[in-house]
Design a protein around this ligand. Sequence first.
Ligand code: NAD
Length: 480
Amino acid sequence: MLTIKNFINGEFENPISNDWIDNYCPANGEIYGQTPNSSKADIEQAYQAAKKAFPNWSQTTLEERSKILIRISELLEANLQYFAEAESKDNGKPIHLAKSVDIPRAASNFRFFGNAITQFSSESHETVGKDALNFTLRQPIGVVGCISPWNLPLYLFTWKIAPAIAAGNCVIAKPSEITPVTAFLLGDICLQAGLPNGVLNIVHGLGNSTGQAIIEHPDIKAISFTGGTKTGVNIARVAAPMFKKLSLELGGKNPNIIFADCDYDDMLETTVRSSFANQGQICLCGSRIFIEASIYDTFKNDFVKKVKALKVGHPSNSKTDIGALVSKGHLEKVKSYVNIAENEGERIICGGKTVSIEDYKNGYYFEPTVIEVPNNECRLNQEEIFGPVVTIMPFNTEEEVLQMANDVKYGLSATLWTNSLKRTMHMTTNIQAGIIWVNTWMLRDLRTPFGGIKASGIGREGGFEAFRFFTETKNVCIKY
Ligand code: NAD
C-alpha cells in the first residue's frame, strides 16, 4: 500500500489530523494507496514554510532559479519510465500516452519557464517633453496557491508551479485527490534538484477541505486554478472579497468544425484523436463535431469505422488506445449522458457501453461513443461530459455553424478544418474561444497564451502571460 505524504518545508509529513483518503487504481478498481486529507492546520504549516522561504527565494538570481528548474526537468526526464508508470496506474491513461505526452510535457514545463525567466524583462517609458522616466517593475507576489485537476495530473500541476517559482514566488500546491501520486513523487525530485526548502509545498486532500483552506487563506495572495466551472465559481466567490489575483482555467464544450474543402484524411485521423485522446478527458477535446452536409454521410461512415477499431484495454498494454476512465464516479457520469441521449431519442451510432476487460473486471472502462444529435440545444451539446463521448451533426452554411459553435456557455477552444483562407479568417475572428486550431489539434507552443472565455475561465497561462500573472506590476515615475 502506497502512503502519500505532504511535502512541506522539504520534509514528507503526515496530515496533522491523521485523516486519509483511499486512492484507487482505475484499471482494476482496487485501493492501492492512502492520501492525506489535509486540513487548515496543514495549510497553515505550509504557508509558514513558504513565507519563511520567500525573502531568499525572491532574491535568488535568475541564473540560479533557472538552473534549478532545468535540473528538475532533467531529473524528470531521467525518471521518465518510473513517472509514466505511476501516472498511468493512478489515472488509467495508456502508459504510452503518459510516456510520450504527460511526463515529457511536465519536464518541458520546468525547462521552458526555467529558460523563459532569463528573458523576462521590465519596460521603461520615457515621458517625452516632461523630463520624466517611467519604469515598470514586475515583482513576485509572495505566497501563491496552485490547484490542479486529475486529467493531466503532473502536466497541469507543473504548468502552474514552474512559472510561479521561476518568477520568485513560493508555492502551496494541491493536486487532485483522485490522482495524487506523481505530485507526491515530484517532492523528491525537487530535493534532488536543490530547490530550497519551503519554495514548493505540496499538500494533498479533498477540494472542500484542503482546497477550500488554500483559497480561504487570507495571505495566499494569488490562486491559479484548473478544474471544473462549478469549482471556479466557488473560488471566485471566496477570493473576491480578499482581492486575490485569480487565474481560472475551467471547463469546455469545444466545437470541431469540418468543411468539405479540408484535407480529408488528415482531418479524419486527427478528429479521432481530438475526440478520444486520454479517454476524451482533455478540456480541449472537440466534443461537438459539426460536418458540412455534403460530406456528412461519408464522414459518418469513415469516422465510425475508425472509432470502432480503437482498442479499449488495460493502460499498461502497449496496444491500448483507450484506457480506463479516472474513477467510478466519473464512469457513472459518462454513462448517465448516454442514458440522457437515449431518453431524448438521439442515435447512438457506436459505443455507449461499459467494457469488461479480462482479469480487470472492476476497472472503469467505457467504449468510445459517437452520438448523432438533431440540434445544438440538446443536453449532450450543451453540457460538458469530459469522457469518450462525442456528438455529430451536419450543417449547411458558415453562418449556421458559427451560430451553433458559439451557442454554448463555454468558450475554451475550437478546431476548424478548411483550406479556404477567407473562411479561416471569417471563422476564427468570430468564434468565441480562447484557443483555435486550424487544420490541426493540440499543437502547442508554450510561448502562446492559453485559456478560455465565457464559462471557460478568466486569465491566460503560458509564456510571459504566466509571469505577468505570477508577478505584481509596479510603475515608478522619476522626474529628472
Ligand atoms: P474539479 O473542479 O472537481 O477539481 C479540480 C481541483 O480543484 C482538484 O484539485 C480539487 O480537489 C479542487 N477543488 C475542488 N473543490 C474545491 C474547492 N471548494 N476549493 C478549492 N479547490 C477545490 O475538477 P476535476 O473534476 O478535477 O477536473 C475536470 C474539470 O477540469 C473539467 O471541467 C475540465 O474541463 C477542467 N479542465 C480544464 C482545463 C483548462 O485548461 N481549462 C484543463 C483540464 C481540465
